[in-house]
Design a protein around this ligand. Structure first.
Ligand SMILES: *[C@@H]1O[C@H](CO)[C@@H](O)[C@H](O)[C@H]1NC(C)=O
Ligand SMILES: *[C@@H]1O[C@H](CO)[C@@H](O)[C@H](O)[C@H]1NC(C)=O
Ligand SMILES: CC(=O)N[C@H]1CO[C@H](CO)[C@@H](O)[C@@H]1O
Length: 438
């Protein structure tokens, strides 16, 4: 899977080199022979007239925007919306504001290297659901939070080197993210520039404990002042301490997740309530939580940041709700998820279900059940995996380009899906074991 991504990336890089060469100011002198070949192969090259002139061309069915070295100081919003690759290297962009790329929903690669970027707002990459490659090397970034990456669930290749990273407490979430085994192609080679004792140390190898000094750590541990959340009324729910710290809030007519949940609970049962929406950061302060039961609530929507902070969650029960799909990003916080219950939801098989399906596919250690189309009528009763494959069979040329490397082994996939469905049932039989692990 990685191999295909890398091959596609190489094509993209070569196309980029070709652009540079054509301009006659190439900084990358290798490749001349091949780039001429590519030039012939490329389709329409047309000048884009509004604003500083940029080139738009099609290469191997993908639309590129080449705006390299155009002295741009910000990102324009009126480029064609069907761009698959945007090349903005060597401009003078300083800041990426929220939603600057949200028009370019088909974008797969974004090259922002060699600019002067010092700041990226938290939602700058909002809408880039399909982005797999992001190049940010040779900029002026000092700090960045993990949050900016939640809108790019398919990101598999990220360059961050040659930025003056300040390895401090603010970088803790980003560095932890880069160090997860599945992110092995994100942020390689990037090094700390400050503080002196961490200078030249790779982000990938920096111990997270080194980032926050004692004062900051104590600061972070101090309970945050509660602003808008209602006091949690513990008389409403039962607390059990055996076998694990459990808060039982079943059947309490709750229409939202109670605030001020005890921070040390391991299991939270909110089944059979009336919580229709999960808002951002509902569970932020209960980091020890391993089992969360939200079944039978009539949930219709989950905010992409709803599960932020649940880094230890292993089991999530969302069965018997009113979910039709998951918005992009919903599952990105759940690093240690093992079991996801999805039965009895009206899953709608259209393009919006793809995120959930691909997330599960990429996180093959997560067992799940109940991912079956209920809407529209024509797919009713199909496994979602079967629907997604039929979607791509209808337009085979998109197969490789949209989700590289995921289509080689259809029959194996099907077996895997069934295997996973089966495994959940097995686990259910041993449900007791699951709750005892702590
Ligand atoms: C969640 O609660 C429902 C209803 O009480 C129960 O049937 C189900 O087994 C629970 N799920 C988990 C994972 O404990
Ligand atoms: C499913 O949820 C509804 C309420 O949303 C409840 O009335 C019903 O009993 C639940 N079904 C099961 C099997 O738990
Ligand atoms: C042909 C062309 O676009 N040439 C440009 C290449 O880049 C240099 C430096 O930015 C410009 O001055 C040229 O006009």
């Amino acid at each position: 899977m990685q191999v295909v991504t890398i091959i596609i990336l190489l094509f993209f890089c070569k196309a980029a080199d070709f652009r540079k060469t054509r301009n006659g100011s190439s900084r990358n002198k290798a490749n001349n022979g091949q780039t001429n070949g590519l030039r012939k192969a490329s389709g329409t090259v047309k000048r884009y007239t509004r604003g500083p002139p940029c080139d738009i061309y099609t290469y191997l069915h993908d639309k590129y925007l080449d705006c390299q070295e155009r002295k741009l100081t910000f990102v324009l919003s009126d480029w064609p919306e069907d761009l698959k690759h945007i090349l903005l290297a060597r401009n003078r962009i300083r800041k990426l504001k929220n939603n600057v790329f949200s028009n370019y929903k088909k974008l797969r690669s974004l090259d922002l290297q060699q600019n002067e970027i010092t700041r990226i707002e938290d939602q700058a990459f909002f809408g880039l659901n399909k982005l797999t490659t992001l190049l940010l090397q040779h900029n002026q970034l000092k700090t960045l939070s993990e949050e900016v990456f939640i809108y790019m669930p398919l990101l598999s290749y990220l360059r961050l080197y040659d930025n003056p990273w300040h390895c401090n407490c603010q970088m803790e979430t980003l560095i932890s993210m880069l160090q997860l085994p599945r992110n092995r192609n994100l942020g390689n080679y990037a090094k700390c520039a400050h503080p002196t004792e961490l200078k030249d140390q790779k982000l990938k190898q920096t111990k997270v404990e080194q980032l926050c000094n004692e004062v900051e750590r104590l600061d972070r541990q101090r309970p945050k002042p509660e602003v808008s959340r209602p006091e949690f009324d513990s008389s409403l729910c039962h607390i059990y301490v055996f076998p694990v710290q459990t808060l039982d809030c079943r059947k309490k007519d709750l229409n939202k997740v109670p605030g001020n949940l005890p921070p040390d609970i391991v299991k939270l049962d909110l089944a059979n309530n009336k919580i229709k929406h999960l808002r951002p950061k509902e569970f932020e302060d209960i980091n020890e939580l391993k089992v969360l039961n939200l079944s039978s609530n009539g949930i219709v929507h989950i905010d992409p940041a709803a599960f932020a902070g649940l880094i230890n969650l292993e089991e999530l029960d969302l069965s018997n709700n009113s979910l039709e799909n998951f918005e992009y990003g919903v599952l990105e916080h759940l690093y240690f998820l093992k079991i996801l219950w999805l039965t009895e939801n009206p899953w709608r098989c259209d393009y919006n279900i793809h995120y959930l399906f691909y997330w599960l596919k990429h996180h093959y250690s997560v067992h799940y059940n109940g991912l079956e189309c209920r809407k529209p009528e024509e797919y009713k009763g199909w496994l979602v995996g079967k629907y997604v494959r039929s979607y791509y069979e209808e337009c085979p040329k998109d197969k490789l380009s949209v989700f590289p490397g995921t289509f080689e082994q259809d029959t194996e996939d099907e077996q895997l899906e069934r295997h996973k469905e089966y495994s959940v049932q097995t686990t259910k039989k041993h449900g007791v074991i699951v709750t005892v692990i702590s």
